[in-house]
Design a binder for this molecule. Structure first.
Ligand SMILES: Cc1cc2nc3c(=O)[nH]c(=O)nc-3n(C[C@H](O)[C@H](O)[C@H](O)COP(=O)(O)OP(=O)(O)OC[C@H]3O[C@@H](n4cnc5c(N)ncnc54)[C@H](O)[C@@H]3O)c2cc1C
Length: 461
């Protein structure tokens, strides 16, 4: 058997999860015989749909630690590469009209755990000028932790674009955006330099003898590849790949949509952090439209209360003109398909729905309801997720098989921590404290699992 047909580590899937895993296998563990198998171009499926936002805001310390680890690793790459992937740190603004912010602050305390006392700042007396001075644009200078702003005049002065009925804003400071495509391009270069390679093929089946025998369908016909270790990084198809190894993964795929458009009216200030309306809402339809929607079983939900989580951010920096909007309100499970443009859940009315929804937070967006943007793109992909919205990283079924999957709506930001964790499992390296909890082993602890599933806030955006 030629070297071409034998490999130490085969990774199925060249999205951000597979690429980051290969990167850490090559750079942290010195592995050279690593292949990335994918029939599509790298970063062209779910990873191409990402909003590329990141944050360390989660309601549970395990996910906060995991996210902080990922941000540490992203910052290390940013330092090494003169920030080739445009990491920014403008923060996340969580906005609410609730009278009391106590419950949200309690969630922050729970998430930040031991670090909470020094991470959370209640800004009852800050002056607008003093607060504005902390809004550094350079990621190296931005503060950590979270600021809670409840003084109306402070909120209006610092974030004048927000609706005047917003009573509290929580500003998560270790948060911002990246270009995950640029990050992946850098990683692929390093993987290649270390001896790793790509194979354009779809994995069709796996047999297990002394090694894993992978049946690959390539553009030139079928090919067999033998591997000592197999890593399942197949995104929404991770359950299919796991099934080839006799393993059932508790993953569901839920389609979520976004729009991006040229903000020709300058409705969104270019320095606005990623802004999220946390409050449930009812959309403001004209009476005749409301009646029509109510009669349509597929759309009647649009006349009822919809969940919070509508979000918006400027795209392309201060000199850009585009904005991105999203709202992960869909809860129906889909069978994943590659042909995303024909996914039944891609709703032609979504652009209007999300603009209407986001206008309750950023009223200037309302101008686009009757006069929609002319240059825009509407797209979507699967949040591939477990019920508790934690990822699945680590050993999976037979010895030598691993998974790095269920990265839901946080895979771009978590890729570095997920890839480095999966690489550590595969190479028997040092594991962080959260390793078992983020692996399939957590399903053995039914008490913890039912506790996690009770969380109303699962960190889904
Ligand atoms: C609309 C939307 C917005 C998002 N916004 C954000 C955000 O702001 N921040 C954030 O951090 N995350 C975000 N995410 C989540 C993030 O995009 C995903 O978690 C991440 O891209 C998942 O990466 P992946 O590598 O696991 O999967 P993918 O990118 O889907 O890669 C999996 C790859 O496996 C390949 N594959 C599957 N089966 C096989 C097989 N049998 N043989 C060979 N190859 C196979 C596929 O071709 C694919 O290329 C968003 C997701 C969506 C859908």
């Amino acid at each position: 058997m030629s070297d071409e047909q034998r490999v130490e580590i085969a990774i199925v899937g060249a999205g951000i999860a597979g690429i980051a895993t290969a990167y850490y296998l090559c750079t942290q563990h010195g592995r050279k015989s690593v292949v990335l198998i994918d029939s599509q171009q790298p970063m062209s499926f779910t990873s191409a749909q990402s909003g590329d936002n990141y944050r360390n805001w989660w309601p549970h310390p395990t996910m906060v630690d995991f996210s902080n680890r990922s941000i540490d690793l992203m910052e290390a790459v940013a330092r090494e590469t003169s920030n080739v992937f445009n990491l920014t740190r403008h923060g996340y603004l969580l906005a609410t009209r609730r009278h009391s912010v106590d419950e949200l602050v309690a969630d922050l305390y729970a998430g930040y755990g031991d670090q909470a006392d020094r991470s959370i700042r209640i800004r009852s007396t800050a002056s607008a000028a003093a607060y504005s001075a902390t809004l550094a644009t350079d990621w190296t200078a931005a503060p950590d932790g979270a600021d809670v702003l409840s003084e109306p005049s402070l909120i209006r002065s610092v974030f004048p674009a927000l609706s005047s009925d917003i009573r509290h804003v929580i500003h998560i400071r270790r948060a911002g955006d990246i270009s995950s495509q640029q990050l992946a391009a850098f990683m692929l270069e390093r993987i290649r330099a270390a001896g790793g390679r790509r194979i354009a093929a779809e994995l069709k089946g796996v047999s297990m003898g002394n090694r894993f025998e992978l049946d690959l369908e390539t553009p030139n016909g079928t090919q067999r590849l033998d591997a000592d270790l197999v890593i399942n990084a197949a995104g929404p198809f991770a359950s299919n790949v796991a099934a080839m190894l006799g393993v059932e993964l508790p993953i569901q795929n839920i389609f979520q949509q976004k729009i991006a458009f040229e903000d020709s009216r300058r409705a969104v200030p270019r320095d606005l952090p990623f802004a999220i309306d946390l409050d449930a809402t009812e959309l403001d339809w004209a009476a005749d439209v409301r009646e029509l929607l109510a009669e349509d079983p597929a759309r009647s939900f649009l006349t009822r209360t919809l969940p919070g989580g509508r979000h918006c951010r400027p795209e392309g920096g201060r000199n850009g003109t585009w904005v991105k909007l999203g709202w992960a309100y869909n809860a129906d499970v889909s069978e994943p398909r590659y042909d995303l443009a024909n996914e039944p859940k891609l709703d032609e009315h979504f652009p209007e729905i999300v603009i209407r929804g986001a206008a309750s937070l950023l009223p200037a967006l309302a101008a686009y309801v009757d006069s929609p943007p002319t240059r825009f793109s509407h797209y979507g992909g699967y949040y591939s997720m477990t019920e508790e919205n934690w990822p699945l990283i680590g050993p999976m079924g037979p010895d030598g098989a691993f998974t790095v999957a269920a990265l839901s709506g946080f895979g771009s930001m978590a890729a570095c921590a997920a890839g480095s964790l999966c690489a550590a499992w595969a190479c028997a390296g040092d594991l962080p404290d959260y390793a078992a909890d983020l692996s399939i082993r957590r399903y053995a602890d039914t008490a913890q699992l039912s506790e996690l599933r009770k969380y109303v806030n699962k960190g889904l955006l």
